[in-house]
Write a protein that binds this ligand. Structure first.
Ligand code: ADP
Ligand code: ZN
Ligand code: ZN
Length: 731
């Protein structure tokens, strides 16, 4: 008797056995297909993992699967394998991991096929003279169709001010026709524009990548402005010439429309960009185009790592150090790390690019596991920015700005260039406090202060999203002397606007860019080239090219120097250099001024005087001494409950159980449990247990044991727990 073993999205880390639906030959079923099956009192979509000959459960009690949804598995075999592997590597329930590897519509059971969009175009030979000159609407509509010879969708037509009824009228007059959009294989030339002539370093990188045959991982370490994108473009060109596809992962698409635009400008082949504005339908269509080999370049964020390719040619991870490649909840995978695994299984090269590589990747390059390609010079005519620390001890700051900084901003604006002011806090001010008694507006649900926002005026917790009205009087002493303390982007924007009334001040943070296209509009304004001040958060640090910015001012990055997280210093250094890298990216020399209370901090000194490599070397040395990643492998077991102290005692009990049963492998160790650095968040009390090992095998053996105990333990149903393998942070 054949049994279908299904991976079903459930918190349980096991497969579920079913009988095959009647009338279907189980041996005709391929692993990876979707199967509808009863689960509890619902029907769910499971993925067939294998057809087994028997079940360890009572055959008479097994249910029958209801329906087979696919003939062919949606995921090609090697991606199916990758998704399964990642579930086991990240200790995540397989059913959920497999679902997450699929587009949303497939998770919901829709057919794995296109829904071709209906488009409109002018009928052959249709011309405006066929319409009476007083029929304005029809004339406009036909003109619009003539302007879009490839066809225009009904939505796009209406967005341009047209009416569907007019299209129908034109159709009756045989001047317009509708048709279904087909996705066709590319023909014709590959390029729209000729590639840039490369400098020697770039040329060397492109040549080396071109020589890779089969799997090869390489770190492309290129200082900001060194022209990494041009290297990607030319490496991809070769791949496309060979009839293959390229997958490009970037940290954020919405924020960097320029990146996608540069690919579209260069290549005359179908490109799909998997950004968050796509509808589920558009996403599935794009995914299918990739799977069928029609899309030749696929650009996406983290989740795009599971996009199938018919003819995989290369994977590129831009800004590989970026923490957003690691999913921070649920299925906690690292798209960067999975990309390397994928490239190996598909036998293609992978390029990890960054000006500030993660220490993990750097260590891989140092140990020769990755090729190490370098771009040490800026491309074109631009030179590296000059870096200056402004010691602000005993300085009189106004709204966070030192007199010297204000003077320099003025100088740059008046010379006709642009200034970028960076501070990593949105809102008006990070705290609201009572001048009389010292009360601080705290979040009731988190160990955190509420941030004061002015537009719209409210208090906002950036950790749990709780919002509250601004009190008029102190709730402790009834004083009306409530004062904002500290500077956020809103406040900085206001202060700068007051100081420089003749120049536009443009704020870029999560609040100011929520509207669709907001970022694009901001970019357009900046690209117009007129002097202005850009003030914003790390959003400004990510891969933008602002050719007219000559001064980058870092208002306050000190807190990062003293982070409780062992990666704090690495992240701070990356952020500082990425922001700094926005200065002087064209013909104008750039200056970076960083305000600090710790101008003699040794690490800061190394970074500023000797650059990222020197910093990284020191930091790697520290990590080695402290036996921290990349020199050891670790995972966090997190737990949270509404009751104070319970998460910690739960973790202690689990630890004790494993120790009593002597299930701790020899090379594995643990620290804790201890309270999370932010003990209370969103009303939950949180604790964690840190587990580490010299070798991965020992770590994974321990984690597997741990999972088993966690699933058996009665208490674990009352506690929310999760395992984070290779965590990006410890908060
Ligand atoms: P980054 O390495 O920071 O990603 P970019 O790829 O954004 O750098 O390149 C920075 C600028 O240098 C861009 O305007 C790009 O067009 C230009 N550039 C890149 N390569 C060359 C080249 N070989 N010759 C001239 N300009 C170049
Ligand atoms: Zn008070
Ligand atoms: Zn909160």
């Amino acid at each position: 008797m054949s049994i279908l073993r299904l991976a079903i999205p459930s918190p349980l880390r096991r497969l579920f056995d079913y009988h095959c639906p009647e009338g279907i030959d189980p041996l005709s079923l391929k692993p990876g297909i979707r199967v509808l099956a009863p689960f509890g009192n619902r029907e769910v979509i499971g993925i067939l993992v294998e057809v087994a000959q028997s079940s360890e459960f009572d055959h008479n009690k097994l249910k029958s699967a209801s329906q087979i949804l696919d003939d062919t598995p949606p995921l090609p075999a090697h991606l199916f394998k990758l998704a399964r592997w990642s579930a086991s590597y990240y200790q995540h329930p397989e059913g959920d991991a497999l679902q997450q590897a699929l587009p949303v519509l497939l998770r919901k059971g829709q057919a794995c096929e296109y829904q071709h969009e209906t488009l409109w175009r002018a009928a052959e030979g249709a011309c405006l003279s066929a319409i009476k000159s007083n029929a304005k609407r029809q004339l406009e509509a036909l003109q619009l169709l003539l302007d879009h010879p490839q066809g225009i969708s009904g939505d796009a037509f209406r967005a341009e001010g047209g009416q569907t009824a007019t299209l129908k009228t034109l159709q009756e007059k045989q001047l317009a026709e509708s048709f279904k959009r087909e996705h066709k294989q590319h023909t014709g030339p590959i390029l729209h524009e000729s590639p840039l002539p490369l400098n020697d370093e770039q040329d060397n990188c492109v040549k080396q990548i071109a020589q890779f045959d089969g799997f090869n991982a390489c770190l492309l370490e290129g200082v900001t402005g060194s022209g990494k994108t041009e290297v990607y473009l030319q490496a991809i060109e070769k791949v496309i010439n060979e009839g293959k596809q390229a997958l490009v992962l970037v940290p954020e698409i919405g924020l960097t429309p320029q990146t996608v635009a540069r690919f579209q400008q260069r290549f005359n082949v179908p490109i799909v960009a998997l950004h968050s504005n796509l509808t589920d339908r558009q996403r599935l269509d794009a995914w299918l185009q990739a799977r069928e080999g029609i899309a030749r370049i696929i650009i996406g964020t983290r989740s795009a790592i599971f996009t199938p390719m018919k003819a995989p040619g290369i994977i590129i991870i831009d800004e590989e150090h970026d923490a957003s490649f690691k999913q921070q909840d649920g299925f906690r995978y690292s798209a960067r790390d999975l990309a390397v695994v994928r490239a190996r299984s598909e036998e293609i090269p992978i390029v990890l690019g960054s000006a500030t590589p993660s220490l993990e990747t750097l260590q891989n390059a140092i140990e020769d596991r990755y090729h190490w390609l370098k771009l040490t010079q800026r491309a074109g005519n631009s030179s590296p920015p000059e870096f200056r620390l402004l010691d602000i001890r005993q300085e009189n700051l106004s709204d966070g700005l030192s007199p010297q900084l204000i003077l320099n901003i003025k100088k740059h604006l008046e010379s006709g260039t642009q200034v970028l002011v960076f501070l990593n806090r949105r809102g008006f001010s990070p705290t609201l406090t009572c001048h009389d008694c010292g009360w601080i507006a705290d979040c009731t649900r988190c160990d955190a202060h509420m941030t004061l926002h002015q537009r719209p005026a409210h208090l906002h917790c950036h950790h749990c999203d709780k919002q509250a009205a601004i009190p008029h009087r102190c709730p402790e002493c009834n004083s009306d002397q409530l004062q904002p303390v500290g500077v956020g982007t809103e406040r900085s924007e206001q202060a700068l606007q007051k100081l420089f009334p003749n120049f536009p001040v443009i704020r870029v943070d999560r609040d100011s860019t929520q509207r669709k296209n907001a970022m694009q509009e901001i970019m357009n304004q900046v690209n117009s080239g007129d002097p202005c001040i850009l003030v914003g958060t790390q959003m400004l640090a990510k891969g933008h090219h602002f050719p007219r910015v000559t001064l980058v001012a870092i208002i306050n990055a000190d807190s990062g120097l003293f982070s409780a997280d062992f990666r704090g210093m690495e992240r701070t250094a990356q952020l500082i250099l990425q922001v700094a890298g926005r200065a002087g990216r064209a013909d104008h020399a750039g200056t970076v001024m960083m305000q600090t209370y710790h101008a003699d901090h040794p690490t800061l000194q190394t970074l500023v005087q000797h650059g990222y490599s020197a910093f990284a070397q020191e930091e790697l040395h520290n990590r080695k001494m402290a036996q921290l990643p990349p020199f050891t492998h670790y995972a966090l077991l997190r737990a949270e409950t509404t009751q104070n102290g319970r998460a910690e005692s739960f973790l202690s009990a689990i630890r004790q159980q494993l120790e009593d049963d002597m299930l701790l492998p020899q090379d594995a160790h643990w620290i804790g449990p201890f309270p999370a650095p932010m003990e209370k968040r969103a009303g939950m009390h949180r604790a964690q247990l840190m587990i580490y090992a010299q070798n991965r095998k020992a770590l994974h053996q321990l984690l597997a044991n741990l999972c088993w105990y966690l699933e058996q333990n009665k208490e674990s149903r009352k506690v929310r727990w999760s395992i984070d393998v290779d965590p990006a942070d410890t908060f």
